[in-house]
Ligand binder design. Structure first.
Ligand SMILES: *[C@@H]1O[C@H](CO)[C@@H](O)[C@H](O)[C@H]1NC(C)=O
Ligand SMILES: *[C@@H]1O[C@H](CO)[C@@H](O)[C@H](O)[C@H]1NC(C)=O
Ligand SMILES: *[C@@H]1O[C@H](CO)[C@@H](O)[C@H](O)[C@H]1NC(C)=O
Length: 420
């Protein structure tokens, strides 16, 4: 063999060996590059048993006062249970790799979210205190990415096409009540807030709860500045205007909560009906057509015999807000889509849910209360004390409060009385 051949003879296997060594090294490196991932897997499995305490855990221990419910049905001293998020959920696992974590309901765990940059730009030129178009929905989407804004405030003649509600019985939908609703809407002929409010390019709404926390705060003139003032059930205005304002755009009501004395109905407000059971639609039809109310069995307390409003001043609240508040926002038991223990949101929370979809800015006042003052009044218009609070079968006040806390903490809504 020539020396060059000898050299090649040795060189070739060496090159082959070298290549094998190099590529295995590459492979090795590759494995090392992946190693944090692979190594983390067992840790991830272990963390499934760990619970993360969310920011909600600082929920105050006192129950919320929604005020829309009459005394005797209200709330228990619900110990606001610490909301725990099981990190076994996909969304939470991602937080380990730098992605945001979400709680069971789909809300961001870390709620201290800033305004998205495009909104900072959009609102940059607005003068201080002016209405910010799309603000509440944008903030809501930032903490709850599943949020989808379109949902009309009231039912209109096309209500049967509302896919999310046509398959649920009241209160979560209107199944079985279509004929009553058709008859009612044929008579009311109006399905919006009215030309002036419907055409506003930016709408500011306030939901006035009935809590005693409204007393002696002189918020009346501030409340009146909102474009849409929503009141609940029989909460009075006359005699309390310094604290609760004079304006009522909507009064949302169910039969047992409706004002019973005809002379107490204010002018220029819409009577907005919210159904909680099938029977309620029958009651509404009798009110709209001014028929004599036949029998009151099936109601849990006495109901109004007359509603002194023209059909054109009556609306039916979209039941989607009850469904969305209960099952998506608060996380109440689905119970096959039927009313059951602790799965009905309070009217105040339903009204806030409606406003998130239909208002550019949302404020609340008169929600919640201070448990440190048990002798303070429960409602701003009654002398009943907070100590009269009872356990509720229908509502889950502590879970509801967790939801409202998220909205306030993330500035989706403004709480004028700091009770939530
Ligand atoms: C804000 O004003 C500046 C200067 O007038 C203008 O260039 C900019 O486009 C405005 N931004 C918006 C969002 O309107
Ligand atoms: C509000 O003020 C009136 C008059 O000063 C007082 O009688 C009442 O107790 C106060 N209510 C509350 C809830 O503090
Ligand atoms: C409220 O929800 C909590 C947590 O899901 C549950 O433990 C409690 O029993 C519920 N209360 C009512 C009144 O349903």
């Amino acid at each position: 063999m020539k020396p060059t051949h000898k050299l090649l003879f040795i060189l070739c296997p060496m090159l082959v060996l070298g290549f094998i060594y190099y590529s295995s090294g590459k492979l090795h490196l590759h494995v090392w590059g992946q190693k944090p991932h692979i190594k983390l897997e067992p840790t991830v499995n272990i963390t499934k048993k760990v619970t993360i305490h969310t920011t909600i855990s600082n929920v105050k221990q006192e129950p919320v006062l929604e005020g829309a419910v009459s005394v005797g049905r209200i709330v228990g001293p619900g110990t606001a249970s610490l909301q725990r998020v099981h990190s076994g959920q996909d969304e939470n696992l991602r937080s380990y790799f730098g992605r945001p974590a979400f709680d069971k309901q789909g809300f961001l765990v870390n709620l201290d979210t800033k305004l998205p940059p495009e909104l900072v730009y959009k609102y940059g030129n607005l003068s201080e205190g002016s209405c910010k178009p799309g603000y509440a929905a944008a903030k809501m989407t930032a903490i709850y990415p599943k949020f989808s804004k379109p949902a009309s405030m009231f039912l209109d003649r096309n209500f049967k096409r509302l896919a999310k509600v046509n398959n649920y019985l009241p209160p979560f939908g209107f199944k079985t009540q279509e004929r009553f609703i058709d008859a009612i809407l044929t008579a009311t002929k109006n399905y919006g807030l009215g030309p002036e409010l419907d055409s506003l390019s930016c709408r500011r709404c306030i939901i006035v709860g009935n809590g005693g926390i409204l007393s002696n705060k002189s918020l009346g003139s501030h409340i009146d500045e909102y474009d849409v003032v929503v009141r609940l059930n029989e909460a009075p205005v006359r005699g309390y205007t310094r604290d609760v304002g004079t304006k009522t755009t909507l009064r949302i009501t169910y039969p047992e909560g409706a004002i019973q004395k005809p002379e107490r109905y204010e002018k220029d407000s819409l009577f907005v009906f919210s159904a909680f059971k099938p029977l309620d639609f029958k009651w509404l039809r009798q009110m709209v057509f001014k028929e004599k109310l036949q029998g009151t069995e099936g109601f849990w307390k006495s109901v109004a015999q007359k509603v002194p409003r023209e059909p054109s001043e009556i609306r039916i609240l979209n039941p989607y807000f009850i469904q969305e508040a209960a099952f998506q926002f608060i996380g109440l038991p689905l119970n096959n889509g039927l009313m059951g223990k602790g799965n009905i949101p309070t009217l105040g929370t339903v009204a806030i849910t409606m406003a998130l979809h239909n208002c550019d800015e949302v404020a609340v006042a008169g929600f919640g209360y201070d448990m440190n003052t048990p002798h303070a009044p429960l409602h701003y218009y009654e002398t009943v004390k907070m100590s009269a609070i009872k356990e509720s079968w229908t509502h889950n006040i502590s879970k509801e409060k967790e939801f409202l806390r998220k909205l306030v903490k993330a500035n989706v809504i403004t709480d004028l009385t700091n009770g939530v």
